[in-house]
Design a protein around this ligand. Structure first.
Ligand code: UDP
Ligand code: MG
Length: 318
C-alpha cells in the first residue's frame, strides 16, 4: 500500500490550522478505510517562519494526533521554498505526496481522484481549477494575464493550476535534480515529464484569515516565473534593435533619394537618422551579448538534461 504525505506550507495560519487539521485527518482516515493509501500516511505541516502561534499549534497537534507531522523552517522563506522543504523531506518517507494550501481553498474531496490517477500510472497529477467565480475580478484578470504572458514567453505551464498537485517519489527524485534557487515550481514540474494527469476541482474561498499573497508578492512571483524560465526578453532586445535599424534605414534611403532628385532635406533629418541608427547598433550589440548571457544562464542552472522512464535491455549472457 502506498504511503501518502499531504504537504501543507503554513505561514501565520493559526486561524485556519485547527479546522484544516481536523478536515485533513478525517479525509486521510476515510482514504485508509477505502484502502487507497497506507495507514501510516501523514499530514506534514511546514511552518514557514510564522510569527504567530502556528508552530505551537503544530507541536500540539503532533502530540495529540499521530497523523500530524511538523517541519519548521528557521525563518520565512516564502511559499515555494516552504513547499520544496516539505516535499524533499517527505520524499524520503513516503511513496506519494500531495501539496496543498493551509486554507483548504483547494477541494480536498478530489484527493481520491489524484491517488486513483497515480494508480493508473501518472507520476504527476495536476489539480486544475474549473471556475474562478470565487475570485475577485482583480485576481481573476491578473491571473489570466499572467498565464497568457507566461505562455507567450514560451514557458510551459498548466493553465489554472496552482500548487495543488500529486507527485510520486520518482517525480520528486527527478525534481531534486533542479537545483535552482529562484524557484518557480509550476514551471519546473512540467519539465520533468513522465505520464501526467489532470483533475479539475472548484476552488473555494479562504475559510478564515486573509491571503498571504498581497499584490507585491504576486508581482514578484510572476517576475520570477518569467525570468527563471525564459530568455525571451533578451532576444526581444535584438528584435527591437533590428526594427529601429530597419526604420532608420528606410528613412536614410528616402532622404538620399530625395536629395538625388534635387529635393531638400533639412539638417535635423540627418541628425535624427544618425541617432536612430546609433541606437539600433547599440541595441543589436546588447542583444548579442544577451544571447551569450542567456546561454550562460542555462548552463549555470545546470538542469538535468533528461530523465529516464524505462530501460529495456536483456542482461548480458555470461
Ligand atoms: N505561505 C507560506 N509562506 C509565505 C506565504 C504563504 O508558506 O510566505 C503559504 C500559506 O500559509 C498558504 C499558502 O502558502 O498555505 C498559500 O497562501 P495564500 O492562501 O495566502 O495565497 P492565496 O490563496 O491567497 O493565493
Ligand atoms: Mg489561499
Amino acid at each position: 500500500m502506498d504511503r501518502l504525505y499531504l504537504v501543507v506550507p503554513c505561514y501565520n495560519e493559526e486561524e485556519v490550522l485547527p479546522e484544516t487539521v481536523r478536515r485533513l485527518t478525517d479525509k486521510l482516515h476515510r482514504m485508509c478505510q477505502k484502502g487507497l493509501v497506507a495507514e501510516d500516511s501523514r499530514i506534514l505541516l511546514v511552518d514557514d517562519g510564522s510569527r504567530d502561534r502556528t508552530w505551537e499549534l503544530i507541536c500540539r497537534f503532533h502530540e495529540e494526533n499521530p497523523v500530524v507531522s511538523g517541519l519548521k523552517l528557521s525563518r520565512n522563506r516564502g511559499h515555494q521554498n516552504a513547499l520544496v522543504a516539505g516535499l524533499m523531506t517527505a520524499k524520503e518517507l513516503c511513496d506519494i505526496t500531495i501539496s496543498l494550501d493551509a486554507d483548504l481553498q483547494d477541494d480536498i474531496e478530489v484527493i481520491d481522484q489524484f491517488v486513483e490517477e497515480y494508480h493508473k500510472g501518472a507520476q504527476v497529477v495536476y489539480g486544475v481549477r474549473s471556475a474562478r467565480d470565487t475570485d475577485t475580478v482583480f485576481k481573476r484578470s491578473t491571473a489570466m494575464g499572467f498565464y497568457g504572458l507566461m505562455q507567450k514567453m514560451g514557458v510551459d505551464i498548466v493553465n489554472n493550476h496552482a500548487d495543488y498537485r500529486l507527485m510520486s517519489k520518482k517525480a520528486l527524485e527527478c525534481f531534486s535534480g533542479y537545483r535552482e534557487v529562484n524557484l518557480f515550481l509550476r514551471g519546473i514540474v512540467p519539465l520533468i515529464g513522465f505520464k501526467t494527469a489532470v483533475v479539475t476541482y472548484e476552488r473555494a474561498e479562504r475559510f478564515a484569515g486573509e491571503s498571504k499573497y498581497p499584490l507585491k508578492k504576486m508581482l514578484s512571483f510572476a517576475w520570477d516565473g518569467i525570468t527563471s524560465f525564459s530568455t525571451k526578453p533578451l532576444s526581444l532586445i535584438t528584435v527591437l534593435g533590428v526594427l529601429i535599424g530597419a526604420v532608420s534605414g528606410v528613412g536614410l534611403l528616402a532622404a538620399i533619394i530625395t536629395l538625388l532628385c534635387g529635393g531638400f532635406v533639412g539638417e535635423w533629418v540627418w541628425i535624427v537618422l544618425s541617432v536612430w541608427l546609433a541606437l539600433a547598433i547599440q541595441l543589436v550589440a546588447l542583444g548579442l551579448v544577451g544571447a551569450y548571457v542567456g546561454k550562460t544562464y542555462a548552463e549555470v542552472k545546470d538542469r538535468p538534461r533528461y530523465h529516464i522512464e524505462m530501460l529495456l535491455d536483456e542482461p548480458k549472457a555470461e
